[in-house]
Ligand binder design. Structure first.
Ligand code: PMP
Length: 442
């Protein structure tokens, strides 16, 4: 048993937990009490190999000493400073460093505190850009089915997950959705990028035919959809989307909240696919998950269009958060970036990808496995002959793995995996061997 104090059952009611079956959790609560490197330790005595990097964020494992130290020092030196008309040096330094790894020509960063805020910020920047250029009628946002962009009204509207929306009414008017790219009939068990489906991007042309390009502000997609089961873009799909957006004056937003900071063996998915968006959203791995932070990296063209028209002394973009560029987050971000670069973490992830892919696809043929998808150090194992069966099985596999010391994540009928990029080959094998044992046991 972990010796850390755990709250008694009477203390559990006040915390309304996010995306959680509150009552179920509280009926059988087991707490994460400590973390170190690749492992969590729980109040129930479990040592869990963290195969999901916290929640897609702890890219160099838990408690990296350089990140911990940077946060501690910053807390003592400057705990908070508003960025409204003021500023502190660290956040400027961090913005510079961040743009040094961003795609060329993307040299402006707007800081937020989460991926959800990054989504709303990116959408607002897109609208402000068109407004500044005298095209304020471009207001329609194009999202994608099975997309996830957090839970703000903008990101949720653009997202394509029905269950997340049904409690919240109409959301943003004028939001339309491209089809998702999941096609198990044609692409099941493809390794890396699936071969079929580039033409799905052409649905944008149909939207343009219906609504006219002059009403469309932006297309927002995750280069690889994470939370909805690791949907890898078909070969040529993102290129096609880019080409259509450019041709019709529509901005392309990449939500790289999951794919950023090495997850695909490059700084960003934009580098992996050689497709440059106009706005690039980040969060999670930005600070290695240690302090909440998100942001939007904008192309110079967008920044210039919005700022050049503003009269001197007026605010160019009426947007911002109390904690935009928070000193502790900036310190964590700088330290995480130092670690990523000095320890060659992105290349390390790229080097491990073949082994990761091999191990993931070793599950093919085991009972209940319907599809396997992977790219970088991401994998989705889809289960069951139908969604309901798969969902039940995914939960059982989760419980089996938890009991045997591996933390995976079931999302509906798919197990998603996104380990710290510092994971070793042995631990990768442990993850897949444990999932295999779970599948054989069911
Ligand atoms: N976009 C993507 C692609 C995400 O995966 C997430 C979170 N899982 C978000 C946005 C939202 O981030 P946050 O939870 O930090 O608001």
């Amino acid at each position: 048993m972990d010796t850390l104090t755990t709250p008694g059952p009477n203390n559990l009611d006040a915390y309304w937990m996010p995306f959680t079956a509150n009552r179920d959790f509280k009926a059988n609560a087991e707490f994460i009490s400590r973390a170190e490197g690749l492992y969590y330790f729980t109040s129930g005595g479990h040592r869990l190999l963290d195969a999901i990097a916290g929640l897609w964020c702890v890219n160099v494992g838990h408690g990296h000493p350089r990140i911990v130290e940077a946060i501690q020092k910053q807390a003592a030196r400057l705990d908070f400073a508003s960025s409204f008309g003021l500023g502190h040096p660290l956040v400027f330094e961090y913005a510079n460093r961040l743009t040094s790894i961003a795609p060329e020509g993307m040299n402006r960063v707007f800081f937020t505190n989460s991926g959800s805020e990054a989504a709303d910020t990116a959408l607002k920047i897109a609208l402000a850009y068109h407004h500044a250029r005298g095209e304020g009628q471009r207001q329609r946002i194009v999202g994608r089915q099975r997309g996830y962009h957090g839970v703000g009204f903008g990101g949720l509207s653009a997202a394509g997950m029905g269950p997340h929306k049904k409690q919240f009414g109409m959301l943003l008017p004028g939001t339309v959705h491209l089809p998702h790219t999941h096609d198990p009939a044609k692409n099941a068990f493809s390794r890396g990028q699936p071969p079929h489906g580039a033409g799905l991007a052409d649905a944008l042309e149909q939207m343009i035919a219906t609504y006219d390009a002059s009403t469309i502000a932006a297309v927002i997609v995750e280069p690889v959809a994470g939370s909805t089961g690791i949907l890898v873009p078909p070969v040529g799909y993102l290129e096609r989307l880019r080409e259509l957006c450019t041709r019709h004056g529509i901005l392309l937003i990449f939500d790289e909240v999951v794919t950023g900071f090495g997850r695909l063996g490059h700084a960003f998915a934009a580098d992996r696919f050689s497709v440059k968006p106009d706005l690039l959203m980040v969060a999670k791995g930005m600070t290695n998950g240690a302090v909440p932070m998100g942001g939007v990296i904008a192309s110079d063209r967008i920044y210039d269009a919005i700022t050049s028209k503003a009269a001197p002394g007026t605010v160019e973009l009426s947007h911002g958060y109390t904690y935009s560029g928070h000193p502790l987050a900036a310190a964590a971000g700088l330290a995480a970036l130092d670690v990523y670069v000095s320890e060659g973490i992105f290349d390390r992830a790229a080097g491990l990808e073949p082994h990761w892919e091999q191990c993931a696809h070793s599950l093919k043929g085991l009972p209940g496995v319907a599809d396997i998808r992977n790219l970088g150090l991401l994998a989705g194992i889809e289960l069951g002959e139908n969604a309901a069966v798969g969902k039940t099985l995914a939960k059982k596999v989760y419980e089996f793995c938890f009991e045997r010391g591996v933390l995976i994540r079931p999302v509906a009928n798919t197990i998603v995996l996104s380990p710290p990029l510092t994971i070793g080959k042995d631990e990768v094998e442990t993850i897949y061997a444990t999932i295999a044992a779970a599948l054989r046991a069911n």
